[in-house]
Design a binder for this molecule. Structure first.
Ligand code: 5RP
Length: 265
């Protein structure tokens, strides 16, 4: 691996083998999502606890201080929205010139295996990898299921989808946590990062599934709504950092969250 790729991978995966990414890319399909109307603010309030942020070109340029030391993972796929017919009809929306110009640590692209758009999104992944590898830019593949495919959040399907993305050359794969998660990790030769989902009833629930995922071999998480939709995002982020990087148990980390929340109140 050349120095540039090694350097970027070291920004993505910390020396303990783990990672904590803040997802603030939702606007590219969901518009001004609740509590993410100001993505720069959502990032700033938890920046010191996260290893990287996952976001779009428009938000990076408009809302993130270029002096930041936090690595950026650029969402480069697009072409669909929550009010359209399907989320799966995506292509790569950003040129390699702009990816290089933005000096990002990585790029992320969604792949919709098993849908009508399987071929299109897999070839978009392949093309993106072809263009990014010569510049030492790692591609993170996102195994997306779309709004019509909730039932695909299970190990058999996700093991297949993650392995396919790794076979194409993705350096990191982001997927969902599910029962038998260890099977996904076992069949995937590159780091597997857990995506979040809608806000859960309690922070403890999030800490528990992240803890379980790490125990089953996940490298870390890419989480959004469960952080910035919480009344104390700093507390959730600090608690997640403790689970991911300090081997804290969910209940112990939840105490950290509660202490920060009470202090803020
Ligand atoms: C949305 C995404 C998000 O990055 C991913 O879903 C994580 O965010 P959340 O925890 O809110 O689900 O890919 O486009």
């Amino acid at each position: 691996m050349d120095w540039g790729m090694s350097n970027r991978m070291a920004q993505l995966i910390k020396p303990d083998g783990h990672c904590f990414y803040l997802a603030i890319d939702h606007g590219y399909i969901m518009g001004a999502t609740s509590h993410l109307e100001k993505p720069g603010k959502a990032f700033a309030q938890v920046e010191k606890y996260v290893d990287a942020a996952f976001l779009t070109r428009g938000i990076l340029r408009s809302s993130i201080d270029p002096a930041t030391n936090t690595p950026m993972i650029l969402r480069v796929s697009g072409g669909a929205s929550v009010v359209g017919a399907t989320l799966a009809d995506e292509e790569v929306a950003i040129s390699i010139d702009d990816i290089v110009r933005l000096n990002v640590a990585s790029v992320g692209v969604s792949v919709f295996v098993g849908t009508e758009y399987e071929h299109q999104t897999l070839m978009a992944l392949a093309q993106l990898i072809n263009e990014c590898e010569p510049y030492g830019i790692p591609v993170m593949a996102v195994t997306a299921v779309g709004k019509e495919l909730e039932t695909k959040k299970e190990a058999r399907y996700l093991t297949l989808a993650c392995r396919i993305c790794a076979e194409y050359g993705a350096r990191v794969v982001k997927t969902y946590y599910c029962d038998d998660f260890e099977k996904i990790v076992y069949g995937c030769p590159v780091p597997v990062v857990i995506a979040g989902g809608p806000k859960t009833d309690s922070v403890l629930e999030v800490l528990q599934f992240v803890y379980d995922g790490i125990q089953k071999g996940a490298a870390g998480v890419n989480l959004g709504r469960n952080i910035w939709q919480n009344e104390c995002p700093e507390g959730v982020a600090r608690a997640l950092q403790a689970v991911i990087h300090e081997n804290a148990r969910p209940k112990e980390a939840n105490e950290m969250f509660l202490a920060m929340k009470n202090q803020k109140a």
